[in-house]
Design a protein around this ligand. Structure first.
Ligand SMILES: *Cc1c(COP(=O)(O)O)cnc(C)c1O
Length: 381
């Protein structure tokens, strides 16, 4: 039998829709070709609409570069920021700040929970931070922050508000104007569903003003001011953008807008409810507190006796690729990404592979128990 690549059910990259693959298979355009300039512009316009952004920069890189660009253009070395961390990616923001000579105070909490709002308010009350930074969905714990409520606090204390949207953008609402967000740092291989390779930073007029006040920043490729003229007119040259990926992203943006934002967000909730009903039906438990559950991924505790490496190797045998735990949950949990351009079919296949891999690992389940519950939930949602 011909072996296909396994279905990628990890928290990014996510499965790439056929029309996106076809779009990026074009013969590479010259990066200043008028046809490409039009595609780039259309893509940026669509993204601004999705995020309610005043400005946006999209170019080659990854989510981590976006995080660095978000901070480097808004905070000076020696200044203080408050990082609300729910796991590995929140902690990463602390490390980026350190690398830039910025003092980061990192608020943490037990894995799978979120930092209480009252604690964040106390901190903001006690000290004047240049920015508050929050990971919308931390991909290591599956915890989702209340970015709207935190935005109200940021507004109350007049602090610049930076959100890491990487594991949430295009799956969970992130309206910048409505929520008072100044900077969203994100990328394309998670809920946008394109192959990896792009960095995306959306920002407000206020954030741009901050950039202006800083004068020189310790970066060149990362400096917003080098990119903004290109975003106005992509026919100009600063550094060659990944042409085929931009074409792919434009197709992804078209898919998002054609589906409709509300529809897309509610599909993610429906998918999450379905997969979780399936997992619960075979006795699996999540590592994330109920009130903090993100719709984009599930972090599942291993039942007694099921071993991480063997389980995931088995999953691959059944053509589904899931991720291991990271950070505090390494070896103790596995992670399923369920975001982007997927539907119930992928969920059913994933649960089928989980059922079989658990059986192979000595944790018996009734064949179809998880699968059946998932599609019942999908139907009745
Ligand atoms: C994946 C992820 C990142 C890092 O993105 P890369 O593209 O791997 O650099 C940052 N933050 C969150 C929340 C993520 O899920």
């Amino acid at each position: 039998m011909i072996k296909q690549a396994p279905l990628v059910m990890i928290p990014g990259p996510t499965p790439v829709a056929e029309s996106i693959r076809q779009a990026m298979a074009i013969q590479t355009y010259g990066h200043t070709y008028s046809g490409f300039v039009a595609i780039y512009k259309e893509c940026l316009t669509g993204l601004k609409q999705i995020f309610q952004a005043d400005h946006i920069i999209v170019t080659g890189g990854a989510g981590t570069l976006a995080m660095e660009m978000g901070l480097l253009n808004t905070v000076r070395a020696g200044e203080a920021v408050l990082v609300v961390s729910h796991g590995v990616f929140g902690d990463r923001f602390g490390l980026i700040a350190k690398a830039l000579g910025i003092h980061a105070e990192v608020l943490t909490c037990p894995a799978g929970q979120v930092v209480p709002l009252t604690l964040i308010e106390e901190k903001l009350q006690a000290k004047n931070y240049k920015a508050i930074i929050v990971t919308h969905v931390d991909t290591s714990t599956g915890a989702m922050a209340g970015i709207r409520a935190i935005g109200q606090l940021a507004h109350k204390f007049n602090t610049l508000y930076i959100v890491d949207g990487v594991c949430a953008s295009a799956a969970v609402p992130e309206p910048m104007r409505d929520f008072g967000i100044d900077v969203i740092v994100t990328t394309c291989q998670k809920a946008f569903g394109t192959p990896p390779g792009l960095t995306m930073v959306a920002f407000s007029e206020r954030a741009l003003q901050r950039r202006e006040e800083l004068g020189n920043v310790p970066g060149y490729y990362s400096d917003w001011k080098n990119w903004l003229p290109i975003m106005e007119n992509p026919g100009l040259y600063f550094s060659t953008p990944p042409v085929n990926l931009i074409v792919a992203l434009q197709e992804a943006v078209k898919i998002v807008l054609a589906e409709g934002l509300e529809e897309r967000y509610s599909r993610h909730n429906r998918i999450a409810a379905s997969i979780r009903a399936g997992l619960a039906a075979i006795g699996l438990e999540l590592a994330t507190a109920q009130e903090a559950l993100a719709p984009t991924l599930s972090v599942i505790k291993y039942p007694e006796g099921v071993e991480d490496t063997a389980f995931r190797a088995n999953m691959e045998q059944y053509d589904v690729f899931v991720a291991g735990g990271i950070g505090a949950l390494k070896g103790k949990a596995f992670r399923i990404g369920h975001m982007g351009n997927i539907c119930i079919n992928e969920i059913v296949l994933t649960l089928y592979a989980i059922e079989r891999s658990l059986c192979a690992g000595g944790y018996p389940v009734i064949p179809g128990a998880a699968v059946g519950e998932a599609w019942k939930t999908w139907q009745c949602y």
